[in-house]
Design a protein around this ligand. Structure first.
Ligand code: GTP
Ligand code: MG
Ligand code: ZN
Length: 307
């Protein structure tokens, strides 16, 4: 029977079969890792084929994985070459950020967007906990919205506390498979609960002294919004390690720099100190946001120190 993986907890997978029923399934024997350097062979969103266990109703053995259209792999910063498969076959990535409790850094936002560009997955940025924003933080939000919207990243302001902004977000989820990501404590599970109050997914307050989340969600899980829309709640991201990106390619993952491709004097320009650099010209004229260029340089230099 065909099915889709809705949740994976170690060696057991929760699979929704084409009959609409859920099965607890395991993988048959050893499985090839499909050429990906990952610690887990299957993830939420994988299309699989399974044999139902004739002796134990509700259990099954997975024997085939269908080719993936895309996938998200996370790697802890500076750790091994192996990553963890978060989700497959998705249409868009929703990054939840907060400007307070906890504060998501601009560097983190940019790294996340780069990984979306690398995986060729469209991204939306949701600024949550707007009920906690004072005037200065609202200004910051408006600034960031002005930076990211022209780059193709829709920005939405929400408050789960006040149920604000959901009417803007929900239509964007229609007919798609969306993955919710972000630091621990930004409100991913709270958001999923607002959409499906009957689910009662576990959420937790952020820690008082560190102002960070407690990593309440530990496994990614998919939920059906309607017949054609699905959302995936994921565990909070601690640190986001980027996979090998060559210097020359890094700027291709910044849409505003990609637009200037081929316009620098040198074809292998790193956009730092080279003469005749179009990117630098745009940065100096504020046509490229300084924060974005800072993120670009910091990733480039960080790469230098890890050679
Ligand atoms: N003030 C305020 N608090 C919120 C809002 N959204 C969520 N919270 C609170 O933030 C805390 C963390 O929310 P969770 O939904 O558990 O966060 P999470 O992103 O799922 O965290 P992990 O599962 O650890 O990755 C909870 O106490 C929520 O009630 C909001 O819009 N405003
Ligand atoms: Mg959670
Ligand atoms: Zn250049």
């Amino acid at each position: 029977m065909n099915g889709i993986i809705y949740k994976s907890t170690g060696s057991w997978y929760s699979v929704k079969g084409e009959d609409g029923k859920f099965y607890q399934a395991r993988l048959r024997g050893k499985f090839k890792h499909l050429d990906l350097k990952v610690t887990n062979p299957l993830s939420v969103g994988d299309f699989i084929e399974m044999d139902l266990d004739p002796l134990t109703p509700g259990e099954a053995i997975i024997h085939t994985i269908a080719p993936r259209t895309n996938y998200i792999i996370r790697r802890a910063a500076h750790k091994t070459a192996y990553g963890h498969l978060i989700a497959c076959n998705i249409d868009q990535s929703i990054l939840l950020v907060t400007l307070k409790q906890p504060k998501t850094s601009i560097g983190f936002i940019d790294r996340f967007l780069i990984s979306c560009e690398a995986f060729r997955i469209p991204a939306i940025i949701v600024f949550n906990k707007s009920d906690l924003y004072d005037e200065a933080l609202m200004e910051e939000y408006l600034y960031l919205k002005d930076v990211y919207t022209p780059l193709g990243y829709t920005c939405i302001l929400t408050s789960m506390e006040k149920k604000d902004g959901l009417n803007e977000l929900l239509p964007l989820l229609k007919g798609k498979v969306s993955v919710f990501s972000g630091h621990s404590g930004v409100g991913k599970s709270t958001l999923v609960n607002k959409i499906f109050p009957q689910l009662e997914i576990k959420t937790d307050i952020i820690s008082d002294h560190s102002q960070k989340g407690k990593h309440t969600t530990t496994f990614a899980e998919m939920y059906d919004l309607d017949a054609t829309s699905k959302i995936i709640d994921t565990p909070g991201i601690k640190e986001l390690g980027l996979f090998e990106i060559e210097d020359e390619v890094l700027s291709h993952y910044f849409p505003e720099m990609r637009d200037l491709m081929g316009q620098c004097r040198f074809h292998n320009c790193r956009h730092t100190n080279e003469p005749g650099c179009k990117v630098k010209e745009y940065v100096e004229a504020f046509k490229i946001a300084p924060t974005r260029y800072e993120s670009y340089c910091s990733i480039l230099f960080e790469k230098d120190t890890h050679r």
